[in-house]
Design a protein around this ligand. Structure first.
Ligand SMILES: [Ca+2]
Length: 105
């Protein structure tokens, strides 16, 4: 997610998966990069298809990487008894020092 102008504080970038069948043993693993003094937040939610309510599953807020080349690893257990979608949401921080990325999901 590019945080430079014209992006503003609180704006989001959202990835949403197709519906995932219920009762599959799923553990989502990914790497994320959050280096910047005004870093925003990165969150993982699930939601039932066509239902607006987001159920939080994981999040990181503020700078996480200790230098420009450090990627952090995350694991999120997503077993559900209902059909759901995974939503990954990046939120820009207070200034342009807020670029973030995810990889290898
Ligand atoms: Ca930038």
């Amino acid at each position: 997610m590019e945080a430079s102008s014209p992006r503003l504080r609180g704006q989001t970038a959202i990835l949403r998966t197709p519906p995932i069948p219920a009762s599959l043993r799923i553990c989502m693993r990914f790497y994320y990069h959050m280096f910047g003094k005004s870093m925003g937040s990165l969150s993982v939610f699930i939601a039932r298809p066509s239902v607006p309510r987001l159920i939080p599953k994981w999040s990181a807020d503020g700078q996480q990487s200790s230098n420009q080349s450090e990627w952090k690893f995350a694991e999120v257990d997503l077993f559900q008894t209902f059909v759901y979608q995974i939503i990954i949401r990046g939120t820009r921080g207070s200034s342009f020092y807020s670029d973030m990325a995810i990889d290898d999901i």
